[in-house]
Design a protein around this ligand. Structure first.
Ligand code: AMP
Ligand code: ZN
Length: 144
């Protein structure tokens, strides 16, 4: 028996997944879709999404992860080959505080070039080792 795919009528990525909104498609199967981002960081910037609507990674069934990684590998390699990129960033925004704008889980595949002058976020040191170890303990406690 086929399981119905969860979709949201107000979601642009659900519309793309159902074919009612256009996209520059790169890959499609029953569960996963990849297409070019309409506003690329670099040419070839692609998005990989589950067809079903999950707002973010925390709502997604982890079983989908294996297929999503396989598609990220295949599409990521093809994007790198087609754009002659030297590297590839794969990342995901979850919740608006992290920069998420489209609330349908998606991974960004961004081809990188040695001379593209893009900088990732600045990093900071912990005040001291105790602070770092205490935070690790707090996180482990949340893991249960
Ligand atoms: P995020 O900030 O992680 O939610 O990223 C959403 C991404 O979706 C942005 O990079 C947008 O440029 C991209 N985007 C939004 N609408 C479309 C669309 N119709 N087709 C392709 N990409 C889109
Ligand atoms: Zn959706």
């Amino acid at each position: 028996m086929e399981t119905a795919i969860i979709t949201r009528p107000d979601c642009i990525f659900c519309s793309i997944a159902s074919g009612s909104a256009p996209c520059a498609e790169l890959y499609a199967d029953d569960e996963i879709l990849a297409f070019l981002d309409i506003a690329p960081v670099n040419r070839g910037h692609a998005l990989v999404i589950p067809r079903a609507h999950y707002a973010n990674i925390f709502e997604m069934p982890p079983e989908l992860g294996t297929k999503l990684i396989r598609v990220q590998q295949q599409v990521g390699q093809a994007v790198m080959d087609a754009t002659k990129a030297n590297g590839l960033n794969i990342y995901m925004n979850n919740f608006s505080a992290a920069g998420q704008v489209v609330f349908h889980a998606h991974w960004h595949l961004i081809p990188r070039f040695t001379d593209d002058n893009l900088r990732l976020w600045p990093q900071h040191a912990y005040a001291n080792l105790d602070e770092m170890l205490q935070l690790a303990a707090d996180i482990r406690q949340q893991l249960g």
